[in-house]
Ligand binder design. Structure first.
Ligand SMILES: [Zn+2]
Ligand SMILES: [Zn+2]
Length: 303
């Protein structure tokens, strides 16, 4: 069998007819048997797909065949198995959800890995991780600031505080593949930040270009893998939030009203029955009992 690859790509560009565009991509991917997730909006396209190298190459050609997408940059990684289970092409209002309108033309200066490394090494520069808190935990640039947000929707709220101390400083931001920085950076400029830089191509490109320099740990990815050892150095910096043991494992709390997604080691997962705390464990148990009793009542009624 051919080798497998995963690709990440995006472009902010006006897509006049998202329905038709989405259908074309769905048809193309389904015929090739590619798996992944493509988000389409009138503001552009954002996708990640995996499959055999030759098929991925066909899809790349297909994307580049649209005149308004002929400069799309694909970030690629070799993988040992498909990183998705099915193909989904979804039409949304935004290709990356910040729920706060921003003029994407205001995107900050893009810097390549070498320039970004210089910014990291400059003590005057604030390095801001534009990703979520749980992503930061398993890997980040040395000295980077964790925004502590749980979802990108909270980024504007974070900025309203962050700007008080930092709007006049040089700020360099980064994310996985670059898409969140396009919006985050434009938003920061609108909010009055004087000097913002964004890492072009994101963490994936940086680690492939300058491995073993200033990146620490692994990189969270929004696919089946959850984490990729992008520099292949086997370094674990993630810590279980329950027992502080080093781990790169994640899970959602099984108690439906909690659903906390965080870094948690295997033994704590077992001990807490897949929940995040003893409290959630007992609530989850009550939830299971309620479900079972609900079924029993149903059987009585119809039986
Ligand atoms: Zn633990
Ligand atoms: Zn919980």
């Amino acid at each position: 069998m051919d080798k497998l690859k995963v690709i990440l790509f995006y472009k902010f560009v006006v897509i006049e007819d998202p329905e038709k565009f989405a259908e074309e991509h769905m048809d193309f991917c389904s015929k090739l048997g590619l798996v992944g997730k493509i988000i389409v909006a009138t503001e552009g396209i954002n996708g990640s797909l995996s499959g055999e190298v030759s098929l991925i190459e066909k899809y790349k050609k297909f994307v580049l065949s649209y005149s308004f997408l002929d400069d799309v940059w694909f970030k690629e990684e070799d993988v040992v198995e498909n990183t998705f289970t099915k193909i989904a092409v979804i039409i949304k209002n935004e290709i990356v959800t910040m729920t706060c309108s921003v003029d994407i033309e205001k995107t900050p200066k893009h810097v390549d890995p070498l320039e970004f490394k210089k910014l990291i090494e400059d003590p005057e520069v604030v390095i801001l991780d534009a990703r979520n808190d749980y992503e930061y935990k398993v890997g980040h640039f040395k000295g980077a600031l964790n925004s502590g947000i749980r979802t990108f929707r909270q980024f504007p709220k974070f900025i309203s505080e962050f700007k008080k101390e930092n709007a006049k400083k040089k700020v360099a931001i980064y994310c996985t593949g670059g898409i969140r920085c396009e919006k985050a950076g434009a938003y920061m400029k609108e909010q009055g930040f004087e000097e913002v830089y964004q890492l072009n191509g994101g963490i994936i490109n940086y680690c492939q270009t300058l491995p073993s320099t200033t990146w620490q740990g692994k990189c969270f990815v929004f696919d089946k893998r959850l984490v990729t050892d992008v520099e292949k150095k086997g370094e674990t910096i993630g810590e279980c939030f329950v027992c502080f043991e080093k781990t790169d494992l994640y899970r959602n709390c099984k108690y439906s009203l909690c659903d906390r997604f965080d870094v948690i080691c295997n033994s704590c997962q077992v001990e807490l029955h897949g929940c995040c705390s003893m409290d959630c464990r007992s609530k989850f148990w009550m939830e299971c009992v309620a479900k079972k009793e609900g079924k029993r009542i149903e059987v009585n009624v119809y039986g």
